[in-house]
Design a protein around this ligand. Structure first.
Ligand code: UDP
Length: 570
C-alpha cells in the first residue's frame, strides 16, 4: 500500500474503528475494506441479484490505490453504527426563537457525525426591531451567530474534529456592516467561516458608485440605504485585515440551482464549495490526479483512459453513498434523496503540474485545468446519466432545469473540495491549490513543530545533482525557491509556491475549474503581507468578471494563528 507514515498516523488517530477502550479494531487496509463493503451494499437496492462482492472489490481497489478517496465522514463512518457519510449540510434559520434553536440542535447532531453546516442568517430580523410576543427588542443575526458558535465549541466532533460552520448574510440585510467586522476580534465566532451574499444589483451599484437598498427580511420593507462602494470597501478592508469575510455571488449560485421549485440557494457548506438548498446534504469525493499520469518518452502525460474509468467508478460510488447513508434528520434524508447531489472533484493538481513540468501560473497550466475538469464533468455527467437508465433519475428531475434533456441520476455531479485531510492521506497537494511551500514548518496542535519537505522537488534536485542540506535549509527559510541562488531556471519556473503565484493567476485558475464544475471550487487567493487593499478589491472584481461563484482571500500574517507558516521556527 503506497501510504506514507504521516498518512497512517492521521488515519490511526482519527479514522480507524475502535473498541470501547479506544484501541483500533482495524488496520488501514481494513478501513478501506469496511468502506468498500458498506458502500457496495447500495447496489442491492436496485438489483437483488447484484454482484455486490465484485462492486466492493472495485471500490476497495479505487481507494487502496489512493486513486480516489471519499470525504472524511465516509471513511470514518461507513459500515459503522453512526453511518453518517456526508461532509456538507445546509440548514435553514427562520426568524423565530423556536426555529433558531432547532437549527442549533440540528447542527450539533450533524457536527457530532463529522459533517459541516452552512447557514444563511439573512432571514433574521435586524437588531433593534420589535419582538411581537414580548414587545422587546430583537438582538439581530450576529448575536445569534455567537450562540451557534458556542454550541459548536461545546460539541467537539466525536473527539475528532471541531464542527465547521459557514455563516452567510445578504449584503442588503440592515446589519451587514456589523456582520462584516464581527470577526475582527479574532477570538469571536471562531467556528465559523463568514461570507457576504453579494447580489448583481449590488455589484452594479458598486461600479456606478450608487447607493443600494437595505431590506428588513421580516417585513420585506426597504429600511435604509448604504453607499455600495462604502460597503464594498468595508468588506475589502476586513478581508485584508483578517481574511474574512469572503464573498459569494448569490445570483450566480441560483442560476445554477437545478430545482428552483424547491426554493432559493442561500448558503454553501463551510468551505464554500457546495451550495445547497435548506436541508440538503452532499457527499464529496476526490480523484488523485498524480495517480492518473503515465510516463512516455516525452515525459509525464495524463492517462485519459484511466481517468475516465476512475470517474465512472467514483460516480457509482458516490451515488451508492446516498443510498446507504444514515441521515441525521428525516428532512435531510428526504431532501438529499430528492436531488441526489454528489460532488466529484480532484486533488493533487499542483503536484501533477510539477511532474509534467508545467508552471501553475501559466496559460498551459490553466489549459490543463480546463482539460481535466472538462473530462471529469462530462464523463461524470455521462456516468450519472447511465446510472439513471438503471436506477432512475433523481426524483425531482421533472421539476429540474434538466427536464427536457437526458434523465440524470444526480442533480449535481462535480465540486472541488479543499481535501484538507484527504490530501494528507493521499500524500498529494490539496485540491486545486498551488503547493503552499516546498519546505515548511507545520504547527502541531500541542505547540510542537514539524518540518516537511516536498518529495517531488527533492527528487528533482537530486536528479539535477544539486540537492544539499544547505540548499534545503535556504528553501525552508525563504519558503520559496524564487530567490534562492543556484537553482536552474527550468526548476525555478515550475516549482512555484502559493506566494509566487500572483493573486490574478490564483483567480484565473479558480475560474478555469469553475467553468467545468456544477457546484463551486474551494480556493484561497493568497496575498503577500505587503498587498494593498486595492489589490484585494481588484481580485474581487476579477472573480466576479471571470464567473467564479465566490472568493476567499488570505493575506500572509494577517491572523495570529496560522496552520502553515513560511520560514523559521520562532
Ligand atoms: N469539514 C468539516 N470539518 C472539518 C473539515 C471539513 O465539517 O474540520 C467539511 C466542510 O463541509 C468542508 C468539507 O468537509 O467544506 C470538505 O472539506 P475537506 O475536503 O477539507 O475534508 P476532508 O474530506 O479532506 O476531511
Amino acid at each position: 500500500m503506497p501510504i506514507s507514515e504521516n498518512a497512517k498516523a492521521v488515519l490511526e488517530r482519527r479514522y480507524l474503528a475502535r473498541d470501547e477502550q479506544g484501541q483500533p479494531t482495524e488496520t488501514v487496509d481494513g478501513l478501506f475494506r469496511r468502506v468498500a463493503n458498506a458502500v457496495a451494499e447500495g447496489d442491492r437496492r436496485f438489483d437483488s441479484k447484484a454482484d455486490v462482492v465484485a462492486t466492493a472489490k472495485e471500490f476497495y481497489e479505487l481507494m487502496v490505490s489512493l486513486d480516489f478517496l471519499p470525504n472524511s465522514p465516509t471513511l470514518m463512518n461507513a459500515g459503522r453504527p453512526l453511518g453518517q457519510l456526508s461532509a456538507c449540510f445546509v440548514l435553514p434559520v427562520a426568524d423565530s426563537m423556536e426555529d433558531i434553536f432547532d437549527a442549533i440542535k440540528n447542527a450539533a447532531l450533524i457536527h457530532k457525525s463529522g459533517g459541516g453546516t452552512g447557514f444563511s442568517f439573512s432571514r433574521l430580523r435586524p437588531k433593534g426591531s420589535t419582538v411581537n410576543s414580548t414587545g422587546g427588542v430583537a438582538s439581530g443575526p450576529i448575536s445569534f451567530m455567537k450562540v451557534f458558535n458556542a454550541a459548536t465549541e461545546a460539541v467537539k466532533q466525536g473527539g475528532t474534529r471541531r464542527g465547521a460552520n459557514m455563516g452567510i448574510l445578504r449584503v442588503d440585510h440592515p446589519d451587514i456592516l456589523e456582520f462584516i467586522t464581527c470577526k475582527n476580534d479574532t477570538r469571536e465566532i471562531t467556528n465559523f467561516n463568514l461570507s457576504v451574499g453579494i447580489t448583481e444589483a449590488f455589484m452594479e451599484a458598486v461600479s456606478q458608485d450608487k447607493p443600494y437598498d437595505l431590506v428588513d427580511p421580516a417585513t420585506g420593507r426597504v429600511v435604509g440605504q448604504h453607499s455600495a462602494r462604502a460597503v464594498f470597501d468595508a468588506i475589502v478592508t476586513s478581508a485584508w485585515q483578517t481574511g474574512e469575510p469572503g464573498i459569494i455571488f448569490l445570483d450566480r449560485l441560483n442560476r445554477d440551482n437545478v430545482v428552483p421549485s424547491q426554493g432559493e440557494i442561500e448558503s454553501t457548506n463551510p468551505c464554500g464549495e457546495q451550495p445547497l438548498l435548506p436541508y440538503e446534504s452532499c457527499n464529496l469525493g476526490s480523484i488523485n490526479l498524480v495517480n492518473h499520469l503515465m510516463k512516455t518518452p516525452a515525459g509525464w502525460v495524463l492517462d485519459r483512459a484511466k481517468l475516465e474509468k476512475t470517474i465512472r467508478t467514483a460516480v457509482h460510488f458516490l451515488d451508492n453513498v446516498i443510498e446507504v447513508n444514515q441521515y441525521p434528520l428525516p428532512e435531510i434524508d428526504r431532501m438529499t434523496r430528492s436531488t441526489r447531489k454528489i460532488g466529484l472533484g480532484v486533488m493533487g493538481f499542483a503536484d501533477m503540474l510539477l511532474h509534467m513540468g508545467v508552471p501553475y501560473n501559466s496559460e498551459e497550466g490553466v489549459a490543463l485545468a480546463e482539460e481535466i475538469m472538462d473530462t471529469v464533468n462530462s464523463i461524470g455527467h455521462q456516468a450519472s446519466e447511465e446510472l439513471a437508465e438503471i436506477r432512475g433519475p433523481f426524483p425531482l428531475f421533472d421539476q429540474s432545469i434538466y427536464r427536457d434533456g437526458r434523465p440524470i441520476r444526480n442533480a449535481t455531479v462535480t465540486t472541488i473540495a479543499p481535501t484538507g485531510t484527504l490530501s494528507i492521506i493521499a500524500g498529494v497537494s490539496s485540491g486545486v491549490e498551488p503547493v503552499f511551500a516546498y519546505a515548511y514548518i507545520r504547527n502541531v496542535m500541542d505547540g510542537t513543530h514539524l518540518i516537511e519537505t516536498n518529495q517531488i522537488l527533492k527528487d528533482r534536485l537530486v536528479e539535477a545533482g544539486i540537492y544539499s542540506d544547505e540548499l534545503m535549509h535556504k528553501i525552508v527559510e525563504q519558503g520559496s525557491l524564487a530567490h534562492v541562488d543556484g537553482i536552474p531556471e527550468d526548476i525555478r519556473r515550475v516549482f512555484v509556491c502559493a506566494h509566487d503565484v500572483s493573486p490574478i493567476w490564483h483567480v484565473k485558475m479558480q475560474a478555469a475549474f469553475q467553468r467545468y464544475t456544477d457546484n463551486a471550487v474551494s480556493k484561497t487567493v493568497n496575498f503577500p503581507n505587503s498587498a494593498t487593499k486595492e489589490e484585494v478589491a481588484e481580485v474581487y472584481r476579477l472573480a466576479f468578471t471571470l464567473g467564479c461563484k465566490g472568493t476567499t482571500i488570505y493575506r500572509d500574517g494577517s491572523r495570529n494563528e496560522q496552520v502553515l507558516n513560511i520560514g523559521k521556527v520562532n
